[in-house]
Write a protein that binds this ligand. Structure first.
Ligand code: SF4
Length: 284
């Protein structure tokens, strides 16, 4: 869906401003935009490639291994620890080839690889490892949500038999449960919104499972109650704020703690507003 706004002539020149709604919004895109709209621009609009951070690479490889395990549970395939470890190793290598270099230092690759193997093994050995047949794995949903100008999309890692959506997170340190649920509120409530429209079911809870890469890995489930009307309206408003900001090309630095690990500091220092408004130009 595309909306176009054309400003009237102004001053000595004519300025045309176009506003294009994104085709859809996902909770991760909204969280990224709201965290720092300029970083969102560099990553997702200008598509400036950077080396993959080690933690992200490791998280993706672990995620891929868990996906293989859950699909095996779902479809009756090989869910043995050896098969899942092999899936992890393959993903760890394939991602390097497919997504470009990872920010490993000299000994970092081997350490990261072993950290991931340990955390996957810890999950398989934990009470959190899926014992029953899941209802769905890696489910992609796209739904129109009242109050949101574009469809909402979401990819749930796992849906348990009782309709609980579960998202897996790799973490370096043990999460504080109340902060974890708050940090991931947009994602969790978005999943509930999608689930309710797609299935007519209210999930009994919204769950995160953290795979903590401490020396002895820990597997920690954080469970939140389903959202009430107020939480849903708040999250829809946050999603819509991101949609409207993207549509209006509102991208600017939002300095804060996130700058410490931002890979776009050089681009950020060079930024001036005109650089992030490609469709705004003087025509006369
Ligand atoms: S350095 Fe900070 S303000 Fe600049 S783009 Fe990165 S996160 Fe945003």
């Amino acid at each position: 869906m595309i909306a176009t706004i054309t400003d009237p002539p102004s001053g000595t020149g004519r300025i045309r401003r176009t506003s294009s709604l994104p085709q859809h919004i996902s909770p991760s895109a909204a969280k990224s935009y709201l965290g720092c709209s300029l970083k969102f621009y560099f990553e997702r609009v200008a598509c400036i490639r950077k080396n993959t951070p080690v933690a992200l690479h490791l998280g993706k490889a672990v995620h891929a291994a868990l996906q293989v395990f859950h699909i095996a549970r779902w479809r009756g395939g090989d869910d043995s620890p050896d098969a899942i470890a092999a899936a992890y190793e393959k993903s760890f290598t394939d991602l390097e080839a497919e997504e470009g270099p990872v920010n490993f230092d000299d000994e970092g690759r081997e350490k990261a690889r072993l950290d991931g193997l340990r955390v996957v093994a810890a999950y398989l050995d934990s009470p959190e490892a899926m014992k029953e047949k899941p209802r769905a794995v890696e489910v992609l949903l796209k739904e129109h949500i009242p109050g949101l100008s574009v469809p909402l999309t979401g990819a749930m890692d796992l849906v348990e038999g009782n309709f609980t959506p579960v998202d897996f997170k790799s973490a370096a340190t043990k999460p504080d449960p109340s902060n974890a649920a708050f940090d991931h509120e947009i994602q969790l409530v978005s999943y509930q919104l999608l689930m309710e429209i797609a299935t007519g079911q209210v999930p009994p809870s919204l769950d995160l499972v953290f795979l903590v890469k401490t020396k002895t890995p820990q597997i920690i489930r954080v469970t939140s109650p389903p959202a009430d009307l107020h939480r849903k309206r708040r999250v829809i408003a946050l999603l819509e704020t991101a949609v409207q900001g993207i549509a209006a090309h509102r991208y600017h630095p939002q300095p804060g703690m996130q700058c410490s690990w931002c890979q776009y500091k050089n681009e950020c220092m060079a930024w001036l507003p005109a650089q992030t408004q490609p469709e705004r130009r003087a025509t006369g």
